[in-house]
Design a binder for this molecule. Sequence first.
Ligand SMILES: C[S@@+](CC[C@H](N)C(=O)[O-])C[C@H]1O[C@@H](n2cnc3c(N)ncnc32)[C@H](O)[C@@H]1O
Length: 213
Amino acid sequence: MEKGYWLNRWKRGDTGWHQTEAEPRMTDYFSSLAPARVFVPLCGKSLDLKWLLEHGHEVIGVELSELACREFYREHSIPFRESQCGRFTVFRGERITVLNGDFFELEPSSLLQFGGQIGAVYDRAALIAMPPDIRARYARHMIQLLQGAGRDENFRFLQIVLERTPHDEKGPPFSVCLSEIESLYGAYFKIRALSREQLEEATSECVYELYPR
Ligand SMILES: C[S@@+](CC[C@H](N)C(=O)[O-])C[C@H]1O[C@@H](n2cnc3c(N)ncnc32)[C@H](O)[C@@H]1O
């Protein structure tokens, strides 16, 4: 999608993906993990960031919309310092950094600069925000970031997607099935299906765990 598409949605308050509680699949999963440094791509102002923080994790997010970043810190009264790092505005609080800018311009050195190697990735509504022709680029960039910044020994990756049957190319959110996740990430990660819940007649929410081969 064009950047303007997302910025306009934030400006209009048209943020139907934003949940008013932390995502239960995420809380179930991360409750059983030791505190980790969690990278959250396309993080919006998700309450999941706050939950991770409150449960001992360190958070590094990247988000295109400055409005979303500012609202996140304001709504949760989290003190932060603001600085510039290349093309990113950096909102830095205690154990949480949100980099405001384009995921595709993020470099491993920025992840390292703001904390160190990555213990986990949490992707909800990020991969499925990308149209089909951009998803391979998104996954390649994710892998480059993880290779460049380094991963903890017990690295984990929680991937939540929507899947529509029959598959269609409408979106966002776009439908992403297991075979596509395998082709995007299968060379680097083993993939385990954790749950599948039917949300509507033709739409299911599917949760996968990716872990190093
Ligand atoms: C569907 S929302 C999901 C937000 C969040 N993950 C959640 O669960 O609430 C997608 C988010 O990605 C952001 N976004 C889209 N393209 C981006 C890009 N290239 N770099 C960084 N953020 C981007 C949008 O501004 C939007 O907040």
